[in-house]
Design a protein around this ligand. Structure first.
Ligand code: GLY
Ligand code: MN
Length: 369
């Protein structure tokens, strides 16, 4: 997209002669490839993009996606698709990039093997890192990007609402995860945006837990952290529940996490550094009897990837929030060996503060066993 190529060059300092993106094999596919070329489907393994300061974009791709690329290019001003056969990419890159050019690469995503190939293709070129500029351009979303994340978030929210009715004594974590993913696809998702986290009982105290055959029993805390893809954009939502026999401590933990999220939202607006938002949530938890049990950053940027680059709402983020950024707000308290609670929502930063993209209820919910 011409406007996005131009935005990337505006964010680059020093400015290269071209920006070159090269995909490897899935999952080593650069999300920036789809930022610059808005193509709805396809993997684009081994494909190359060459972006020029005037906004023009050359896309080099093979037979697997060339028709899809041609179709998308009809609606994507400034894109030229080059269809290549096996082994032809190198010669075309040499033709499209002046031999002595300064070439901006995405050091964050390019594989080392890919870098070696490029140094062979363009032996006289000077390679510099364009990763920061690409990252900055992607950080503030256009309205059309926000709408895709909103659609993904609407799917996630709908499924979150249904989780209580899916819970059955004896079901496994994997069964619940499968049902949630099936429901997201039925609602129009293009798959899951990351591996679904479902943790029962003590497993809910591990933030990045992977579900297994553990069965649901009365008295369990439940953490469900999941997301939909919608036309290449992600949502990321977490809801926590309590199943069967009540537990006064877990109810109080849930209320504390909710209060921490409210404290963060109260300071969320343009100009505030990410670390201040994190600190607002952390202060609530550290003033409680669960001091130190919030063990991760408060939130991350969201977009073409579920962890959409650096930034977000973590203790090390000095950068101020800007209008159009989309971030998660996800405080949690984790009691090792017992259970955990996390509440995660996706918000877009607006001129006056923020707007929720995820909408499912967040309050404490005891589901009868
Ligand atoms: N959804 C998992 C995470 O944000 O780390
Ligand atoms: Mn998250």
């Amino acid at each position: 997209m011409k406007s996005r190529v131009e935005k990337v060059f505006r964010n680059l300092d020093p400015k290269p002669d071209v920006v070159l993106l090269m995909n490897s094999v899935d999952p080593h596919i650069d999300g920036c490839f789809f930022y610059l070329f808005d193509v709805p489907g396809g993997l684009f393994e081994g494909s190359v993009e060459i972006a020029h300061p005037d906004g023009q974009l050359d896309v080099i791709t093979g037979a697997l996606e060339a028709d899809t690329a041609d179709l998308a290019a009809q609606h994507d001003h400034g894109v030229t698709v080059h269809r290549v056969g096996r082994g032809e990419t190198a010669n075309l890159v040499k033709k499209l990039v002046p031999g002595s050019a300064t070439v901006g690469l995405n050091f964050r995503e390019l594989t080392h093997a890919g870098y070696n190939q490029l140094t062979e293709m363009l032996p006289s070129a000077k390679f510099i890192d364009a990763g920061v500029g690409l990252q900055k351009a992607r950080a503030t979303k256009e309205p059309s990007e926000v709408e895709r994340i909103r659609s993904a978030a609407a799917i996630g929210s709908k499924v979150a609402l249904r989780i209580p009715s899916m819970l059955k004594t004896g079901m496994t974590e994997l069964e619940l995860a499968a049902e949630m993913e099936y429901q997201m696809n039925r609602e129009g998702a293009n798959g899951r945006s990351f591996s679904t986290i479902v943790g029962f009982g003590a497993h809910s105290a591990e933030p990045h837990y992977s579900p297994d055959g553990t069965r649901l029993k009365s008295g369990d805390s439940i953490v469900c952290d999941f997301g939909a893809w919608f036309r290449r954009y992600a949502c990321d939502i977490t809801r926590s529940f309590h199943f069967g026999a009540p537990d006064a401590e877990m109810k109080a933990v849930h209320e504390c996490v909710e209060a921490a999220q409210q404290a963060a939202l109260a300071v969320l607006r343009p100009g505030v550094p990410g670390k201040e938002v994190h600190a607002a949530a952390e202060a609530v938890i550290n003033a409680s009897r669960w001091k130190g049990r919030f063990t991760h950053g408060l939130g991350h940027s969201l977009g073409l990837a579920v962890h959409d680059g650096s930034g977000g709402l973590a203790p090390n983020v000095d950068d101020p929030l800007e209008v159009g950024m989309v971030v998660t707000v996800e405080p949690g308290i984790y009691l090792t060996g017992k259970g955990g609670v996390r509440i995660e929502d996706d918000v877009v930063i607006t001129k006056t503060g923020y707007e929720f993209l995820t909408t499912a209820p967040r309050g404490y919910l005891e589901v009868a066993a």
